[in-house]
Design a protein. Sequence first.
Length: 81
Amino acid sequence: MRYVIAMAVAVVVALIVTIFVSPQIASMAVARFTFESPDEVGNLEDGVYMLSNLAGLLIGWIIGWFIGGRFAAGTPETTST
């Protein structure tokens, strides 16, 4: 159950980061530099966008892992002998 909760929270946090956070971070990163080619702008923006989405996914997984651990701590482990 812990894995399911971690995956669900990771997807939700990644979606929120993709919609609200990543575009602003990518725009701020592009605004800091000067470029000679529009391709360089696109490459940097895409890279920053993907890295911030990956960071959001990992943060969501960690949050979900801890939340799932709280639920798993109350259930007894079942073992077969």
